[in-house]
Design a protein around this ligand. Structure first.
Ligand code: SF4
Length: 483
């Protein structure tokens, strides 16, 4: 398909929306033959819109033999207003030409809940917010209601968890038993690094020492021990890190301590007992699906029975807040497969379930080997999401955080559901950016919030060798960020 843009104005938004209308499509930027599908956008007075008091242009498109040309004109209040109006006209035209309705309308960003959140803070009522989301941003009635419900819930949780001098801590263990087909996280097979984990932990210890110095007097609210899969470490290695955190940091104001025990093939009784000896309050055991054929296909190399056994073991040891991640749209899965997975989830009844729509990330094996998986259906739909959401609500879980990614199956969203009082607070902290996050380990990204809403980030390198050799430099950069 040809994409002919005569300026860079709104280019990022246009590309994001076109990817939603035409997933898996490659966009060429040169003129093609007269039969090619194309979208062409021209703005007439881009440089003078402020002075003219409006922005005008033309959107031309040919899709599957159907040609259309629409003039565009929006009042200039500010650039954001113009952009929203342009996107609204563009989406209306694309929807009419393709017959495809985007559930999130003109939104191509990752945090749709931010909009109702800001509007609530500015005193807008729920009907006013719903009207804006549906009429201006073309968000479906269902998604608009979902985002407002989550914004209201998040606001209450944030009021309890944020506040002056608070921070959260992330520690990443970038090892997993095997690499999942769709993975884009910093993760390496543990077998390759078994002999190096002590060096890795020594580097993490240096970073923990930095946090104990730099965040003295600040209130640590949540810890997220993720990766990768921290439970790929040996029990004594996990013990070492947990003891270090308890000894070096003030945990007196801690609300939550989550540990990703995501892969059941990394869980043992001894490791769960280590977690129980420390104030870990929430763990994740992630089935992703209860279809064995899918697990085999996506390279998880564990069985559905192992997921159930790990879950039962965790329950028997007294874990009272367990999250389970599911992915909708995995290769080859049908609606019936997903229904069967939800029946199993209902039977197990975890406190938290995070529903993900499969996102095909550029660095994942699924993208790199996409020809191999072309014959597989990889779809999620509003109907499937609705079925899952209904089942979770019937279990007493409520949606509490939501985000979107590029290239998501069905152009939908990821939503965290929880029984009231068990919500993963760290997840809200990362989405709503209301608190500093100091992040340790390879590939971890720290974030500092400055007054006025400015946010600065600082990344640790992803490569293990470079992380180990450059640890002092990475600590120095964090010292600067949080100075
Ligand atoms: S368990 Fe998670 S981090 Fe590990 S390979 Fe799979 S998707 Fe990646």
């Amino acid at each position: 398909m040809r994409l002919l843009l005569h300026s860079a104005l709104f280019e990022h938004d246009i590309r994001g929306l076109l990817m939603a209308y035409f997933p898996w499509t490659k966009f060429e930027t040169e003129e093609g033959t007269s039969e090619d599908n194309f979208v062409e956008i021209t703005f007439d007075n881009e440089a003078g819109m402020e002075k003219d008091g409006f922005l005008s242009g033309v959107i031309r498109a040919r899709i599957d033999g159907r040609f259309r040309e629409d003039a565009f004109r929006a009042e200039y209040r500010d650039l954001k207003f113009c952009r929203n109006r342009f996107k609204r006209d563009f989406c209306r035209m694309m929807t009419e030409m393709t017959g495809k309705i985007l559930p999130w309308g003109t939104l191509s960003g990752v945090r749709p809940v931010k909009i109702p959140m800001e509007m609530l803070e500015n005193g807008k009522t729920e009907p006013e917010i719903l009207e804006y989301l549906q009429d201006e941003l073309l968000i479906s009635e269902e998604k608009a209601a979902l985002s407002v419900e989550i914004a209201e819930r998040e606001r209450k949780l944030m009021a309890r968890s944020c506040g002056e001098d608070t921070y959260s801590l992330y520690l990443g263990i970038p090892f997993c038993p095997t690499t999942c087909l769709y993975c884009s996280f910093t993760s390496y097979p543990i077998a390759r690094y078994r002999e190096r984990t002590s060096e890795y932990l020594a580097a993490l210890e240096k970073e923990i020492d930095f946090v104990s110095r730099a965040f003295q007097g600040k209130r640590l609210r949540t810890i997220y021990f993720g990766g990768g899969t921290p439970t790929t470490l040996e029990p004594q290695e996990m013990e070492q890190i947990l003891v270090s955190l308890e000894q070096k940091l003030d945990l007196s104001e801690l609300l939550e301590w989550t540990v990703e025990a995501g892969r059941p093939d990394s869980i043992t009784k001894e490791k769960l007992e280590v977690l129980r000896r420390h104030p870990v309050s929430r763990i994740s055991i992630n089935p992703q699906t209860f279809q064995q054929k899918t697990l085999d296909l996506i390279g998880r190399r564990h069985t559905t029975e192992e997921v159930e056994a790990a879950y039962a073991l965790a329950r028997s040891l007294g874990f009272g807040n367990i999250n389970m991640d599911l992915i909708l749209g995995l290769p080859g899965e049908t609606e019936d497969d997903i229904r069967a997975t939800m029946e199993k989830i209902t039977e197990l009844s975890p406190e938290n379930v995070t529903l993900h729509s499969l996102a095909v990330k550029r660095s994942s094996r699924l993208n790199l080997m996409k020809e191999k998986y072309q014959g597989f259906r990889m779809e999620n739909s509003e109907g499937i999401m609705r079925m899952c959401e209904t089942a979770l609500r019937e279990m007493g879980l409520r949606p509490y955080y939501l985000y979107r990614q590029k290239n998501m199956a069905g152009n939908l969203e990821n939503t965290g559901f929880a029984k009231p009082g068990t919500e993963g607070i760290y997840n809200i902290m990362t989405m709503e950016e209301c608190q500093d996050i100091v992040a340790l380990g390879a590939g971890a990204v720290s974030r500092r919030n400055f007054p006025g809403g400015r946010i600065e980030r600082c990344d640790n390198v992803k490569d293990i060798e470079r992380y180990l050799s450059g640890i002092d430099e990475m600590i120095r950069r964090k010292e600067e960020l949080f100075a």
